[in-house]
Ligand binder design. Sequence first.
Ligand SMILES: [Ca+2]
Length: 432
Amino acid sequence: MRFGPSVDPFASSVVEAPPSTPCLRHYARAERLSLRQCARAERLFALAFLASCAACRSSGAGDGNSNGSDPAGDCQLVQNDFGPDGKVAVRAEVVARNLEVPWGIAFLPEGGMLINERPGRVRLFKEGRVLPRPVATLSVTRSDEGGLLGIALHPDFASNRFFYLYVSSTQGGQLFNRVERWRLAVDSQSASFDRAIVDRIPATQFHDGGRIRFGPDGLLYVGTGDAGRPDNSQNIDSLAGKLLRVTPDGAAPPDNPFPGKPAFLYGVRNTQGFDWPSPKTLYLTDHGPSGELRRTGHDEVNVARAGDNLGWPVIYSCQTRDGMVTPSLTWTEAVPPGGAAIYTGSAIAEWKGSLMIGTLKSKHLHRVLFDPGTRHVRLHEVYFRGEPPGGFGRLRETIMGPDGHLYVTTSNCDGRGNCPAEQDKILRIVPR
Ligand SMILES: [Ca+2]
């Protein structure tokens, strides 16, 4: 089943393939696409370009906006830098250090936290320190963006000790991502594998998604990437390029928007951050293109609801198209977003209700405040910009702790940053 364009974007009778661009050929090599896949992607981009122009001419005609206001009018494009400096006085405390790419955190009800290190270790932070022996060591397939990624506790963790991991691994010589369920020992010192609950999510060297989080409905949401194949994102049957929604056992719940399927949102390129301002609405970040058809940058912050099409790879930047969500905030320069969480604490009163985003290449913590119940960004601003001493370099997992404070991990030892002697850290953000 294919949703989205009403014409088959791959049918050669609809549009002739444009000449192959050196940029896209380079991209195909980088992403290990076959020439046939590359040609399909080029056709799709050509059609997307024409469709987007048509949509621009009929400005505001799109109906992909759930709240009925003009979607293009709600899109803010940041053309220089990333945003104004943050005006609220805050500081960061170092909670833990000597970690290697702490990709995800899960706070334990008995205190402390589990920390996923991307190379394959689940670590325990307890009584102020990270224990030297890992709780679990997984055999993961390490790639540029894969490995041991997200972590989430079962809603009934206190009684069943189940937790979930998003893992890149090789099966039958092929790379896949999957969501595994594990059980933590009563003393929290070790864990045992239970089973995989979502398997064979397409994977590649880049665009592996990886954030997993239980929603307010008690169901597990899984952010995936397009695995370097943009057509995956518009294909409802592919697990790639989606936000998936499954039961704690991995089944598609009966009220999913596409019956019998785990897809909850589609048209996603590579999401690693999302949270809920209300039970049926999501704020979701997505990564923009990195070379496809000479397109770069344009990472996104979106407001989405069940069944929404986030547009990849058909629309780009603030373009609109019927049936697709235009982002609320996007930047010409590459950000791209790591984790994202709504600030629900009271310590920093001004931040309450804001979406906080850890950013990687642009190296800062981004605050986005929406007008409540709308797609409109009231303000956005930048904290902890750049490298020390003002900033902390690349920021990744961003999550509220049970103490009402925001926690952020650094990602300077992931091969793309400046890895210091004390390696990566976990930070707690508090008032100054
Ligand atoms: Ca999009």
